[in-house]
Design a protein around this ligand. Structure first.
Ligand code: BGC
Length: 412
């Protein structure tokens, strides 16, 4: 028997990328950090250079999407996508403080025009973690002036392409960024500084709130939100401490940022990757299936996370969801199970309007480098050849039909 899960009319199907991870040829705080002595020392000492080679951890040409974006979006179209999410690289647009590159801005405008002509709706991210070097030198997001710098940058972007884009995502995953850069100290600027962690968090909230009216001024029809990484926290037992830990984690990780910006968001963008079953202060996941990065694949979690987002009373777009799976052995299964749970959430009343898989292409996975393969499309980093994986073809059928079909055994 074939079971059919139909999605709402006009549902957006597509995939996401970010500038630093696919474009290549960038100069920003990450490119310098990737080549820094401290970073190389760490990679050498942990045996990663020996195992994977230095090139694995240097973004370099990445997937050369900067030059190949037209081909990549044509391919996305062939793969059934009617939408895409990509980010603008602040360091290209304002490589020198206060000087905005017409060339860089025009190129992004051309990208949007190309998408329009191809019949792909763009979701454009204004900031996906990397910053220009001049801003890094001024303390990056921990400097209170960053809010004014961000406003100025966004205004320049709006002057050139504000009228052309309907969906703007101001910030990508503020909580992952603040945690990795200012708490665990894994990412640049590698601080373990709880004060800066809170400070940066507050600056990100303010930055979003301040640019919201700027975007609207250039396009009152624009829909503005952020891409929010939410985790399905589950209490391992009914013990009051476990419940309390779950509640606190929900509040701090999932809700706090959204609560603060809710008056200034038109939709909720959800990035879903993680499930944490908390037992007192430990995470006790079943880990039945893991991605290549050792992350638990827990598709049911997205149902719970989506239900929780209902309280914001806004349309929801899934702006990222995916897995590192070089052999493509779990990707189709994962997409299917995720989408069944998205469908279940829609039936339960959540206004989900789109699903953007992470990622369109294999790309530079931050400190994990090129070894993690998240793409629907495989990239050969030597030849830059693109090869859609089987899962991309599986996803194509769903996207083109707006229906997920599953063959299930008849019950006797
Ligand atoms: C980020 C992406 C990243 C993906 C997989 C998200 O947290 O927005 O940049 O590549 O997860 O780790």
């Amino acid at each position: 028997m074939v079971k059919k899960y139909s999605f709402p009319k006009g549902f957006y199907w597509g995939a996401s990328t970010s500038s630093h991870q696919v474009e290549g040829h960038n100069t920003n705080d990450w490119t310098e950090w990737e080549q820094s002595e401290k970073r190389l020392k760490h990679l050498t000492e942990t045996g990663q250079i020996e195992k994977y080679g230095k090139h694995t951890f240097v973004s370099g040409k990445a997937a050369n999407h900067h030059h190949l974006f037209r081909d990549d979006f044509q391919l996305a179209k062939k793969l059934g996508h009617n939408s895409t999410r990509f980010s603008l690289e602040w360091s290209r647009i304002e490589s020198e403080e206060g000087r905005f590159s017409k060339k860089a801005l025009d190129k992004y405008r051309d990208t949007i025009t190309h998408l329009e002509e191809t019949g792909i709706e763009p979701f454009v991210t204004l900031w996906h973690w990397t910053i220009p070097l001049w801003l890094r030198d001024k303390g990056g997001w921990s400097n209170p002036k960053v809010i004014a710098y961000f406003e100025r940058y966004v205004e320049e972007v709006m002057k050139v392409m504000g009228d052309k884009v309907r969906f703007w995502i101001t910030l990508n995953e503020p909580e992952i960024f603040t945690t990795q850069s200012y708490l665990t100290g894994v990412w640049p600027p590698q601080q373990k500084n709880p004060i800066n962690y809170v400070r940066v968090f507050r600056h990100l909230i303010k930055a979003h709130v301040r640019v919201y009216p700027i975007i609207k001024q250039y396009n009152p029809e624009a829909q503005v939100g952020i891409a929010k990484n939410n985790i399905y926290f589950e209490a391992h037992t009914k013990h009051p401490i476990n419940r309390l830990v779950k509640r606190a984690a929900d509040w701090w990780w999932n809700e706090h940022f959204l609560n603060q910006i809710n008056k200034w968001q038109d939709f909720v963008g959800l990035n879903y990757y993680f499930h944490n079953r908390t037992n007192f202060f430990m995470v006790r996941n079943e880990n039945k299936r893991l991605s290549d990065l050792g992350w638990e694949l827990h598709p049911e979690g997205i149902f719970h996370v989506l239900l929780d987002l209902q309280k914001y009373n806004k349309p929801v777009y899934i702006t990222e969801n995916g897995l590192a799976d070089a052999e493509d052995k779990d990707r189709s299964w994962y997409i299917r199970e995720i989408l069944k749970n998205v469908h279940r959430a829609i039936e339960a009343g959540v206004d989900v309007r789109g699903y953007l898989h992470w990622s369109l292409l294999d790309n530079f996975e931050w400190h994990e480098g090129f070894k993690a393969r998240f793409g629907l499309v495989e990239v050969d980093y030597e030849t830059m050849e693109r090869k859609p994986r089987k899962s991309a073809l599986y996803y194509k059928e769903i996207a083109l039909n707006n229906i997920l079909e599953e063959t299930v055994e008849e019950e006797k």
